[in-house]
Ligand binder design. Sequence first.
Ligand code: PHE
Ligand code: ZN
Ligand code: ZN
Ligand code: ZN
Length: 288
Amino acid sequence: APDVDGAKIEAHLEEFARIAEDNGGNRAHGTAGYKASLDYVKAKLDAAGYTTRIHQFTSGGRTGFNLIADLPGRGDPNQVVMLGAHLDSVDEGPGINDNASGSAGVLEVALAYAASGAKGDKAIRFGWWGAEEDGLVGSKAYVNSLSAAEKAKVTAYLNFDMIGSPNPGYFVYNDDAKGGFITQAFQEGFAAERIESEGVGLRGRSDHASFMAAGIPSGGTATLSLAATMSQAQAQRWGGEAGQPFDPCYHKDCDTLDNISAAALDTHTDVAAYAAWKLTGVKAPVEP
Ligand code: PHE
Ligand code: ZN
Ligand code: ZN
Ligand code: ZN
């Protein structure tokens, strides 16, 4: 897999921050800021050769939108590896770590995959979820919209939620027993970056839970655990601040561009790319 360019991920984050600023300070479900975020991602994917589709649902009396992107002609469409991130913020702020970080990282993996000409055994698909903050509503609606046959084609779902915390951890989800091979790919990816990752149980607190509930093997990476603060051992391992939160601006109006570790965001995105290339079975990737 290529080393995804951190500057390109940053550029997407800046766009999401500008979108929030222009739309009342957030990118929440049912708002203009959400729709503008979706339009931004969709335009990039369309220009890169993706076949995109907006999947509508309703939550709290408002129309919600997921964005689904397939890349034609790259691997068996009956075996699909899917990567996703929630694109909505809370009402309280712009949601740059939660979850412009995952949205930007997944977008840049998608763009790098298309540009590289990578062709694996399996097809690749990407999803950006609406209304995660209302209770995983968008991802649940998407999974429920799939027929049994379509669900069976999804061989893995990889989730990215909060991958740029300012006091970052390097966590790999271990919620899903079926997702062991995904966890392994992420561990390998972090090892290639010379980082010792740690397994974390997230009790289904993000969109991977929607896929797990349908029996689809799932995993993900995150820069935080459900613990309030970073432990001494973690701080030593990762060079962080013991006793401090991973993200002090979680669900607050200070979740801005200043609330990001650019290095952690780049690393988690590189590891996402590693897993995407590996799990789709790209044998000889062409570097972008
Ligand atoms: N999904 C939660 C939120 O968006 C937080 C979370 C992030 C949980 C990452 C697990 C993993 O608020
Ligand atoms: Zn990189
Ligand atoms: Zn959140
Ligand atoms: Zn989140």
